[in-house]
Design a protein around this ligand. Structure first.
Ligand code: SIN
Length: 278
């Protein structure tokens, strides 16, 4: 296995490993260590099917919950991130986020397996939240550590949310639900359970307010912070290739999808890795 760092603060390209074969414990430990270090790993030249994707997900920590997605036929834990060539609905996941941060126990990671990659565009961007926190002045770190963020999926997955009842013509199997209005508190600055590093956890969109702060002040603070969280110096832009598997750590990076592939189909199979204590 050869690991080639991307040159950004996060991300590495992994060559010379076959994830379609049986995964021996030593290899799994090596991949996990690289994942924690680089936060985003892109494995090239894979010939994985859905069975291999499931095996890999289980080896990395097991399946996490995927609320609001209907899985693909015949699989309980694989969702399709899909956009047909002629689709006109707004892009899925174009805003920065950490997957399912509004759950009681948000997932550790996410896997995306390339199924149908357009010839151009469709890059996934990652923003390193450990680096973003580390680069702040000490006084700002101290202040941010005092905040508790209120998370909710309501803006996206409630019936009146972005993927709700008015969202027409989408090929992805998204299932909006009233449960998206529930809220959960998480510290704004979290300590990574496996590395001990501090990170800014999640961002506007899934964070709808700060405890004991007015809505206006919360929004102003979170908007300014979001600019910092996603500054170019913390961002790795991932360009997809066919036969690629990407694995990221939701506890230390934000991510977002991007367009630029109008007239082409794009499909990736996604699994969620449950949180664990390592
Ligand atoms: C996602 O947020 O799961 C999708 C990312 C992408 O489509 O690039």
């Amino acid at each position: 296995m050869r690991i080639e760092p991307t040159g950004a603060t996060c991300g590495a390209i992994v060559h010379g490993v076959d994830l379609s074969a049986a995964l021996d414990p030593e290899l799994v430990a090596e991949i996990r260590a690289a994942w924690l270090k680089h936060r985003v790993l892109a494995f090239t030249r894979q010939s994985m099917d859905d069975d291999a994707l499931e095996r890999f997900t289980v080896a990395m920590g097991g399946f996490g919950d995927d609320p609001f997605f209907e899985p693909i036929a015949g699989r309980e834990h694989i969702a399709a991130i899909l956009r047909e060539a002629d689709e006109k609905s707004p892009l899925f996941a174009e805003n920065w986020h950490s997957d399912w941060s509004f759950l009681d126990v948000p997932p550790a990671g996410t896997c995306l397996l390339a199924i149908d990659i357009p010839p151009t565009g469709g890059d996934t961007y990652f923003a390193d939240q450990i680096a973003a926190f580390a680069a702040l002045p000490e006084s700002r770190k101290e202040e941010l550590r005092t905040y508790t963020a209120i998370h909710s999926a309501q803006l996206a997955y409630a019936p009146d949310g972005a993927y709700g009842e008015q969202d027409e013509g989408r090929s992805m199997a998204i299932r909006p639900d009233e449960s998206a209005r529930e809220t959960r508190d998480h510290p704004l600055i979290t300590r990574h359970p496996e590395t001990g590093e501090e990170a800014i956890f999640s961002t506007l969109g899934y964070i709808i307010g700060i405890e004991s702060m007015s809505q206006t002040d919360s929004f102003t603070m979170l908007s300014e912070l979001a600019q910092w969280q996603t500054s170019d110096e913390f961002v790795y832009r991932h360009r997809w290739e066919p036969d690629m598997l990407v694995l990221w750590d939701n506890r230390s990076v934000l991510h977002r999808a991007s367009g630029g592939y109008e007239g082409h189909r794009r499909e990736l199979h996604r699994t969620t890795i449950a949180a664990s204590s390592g």
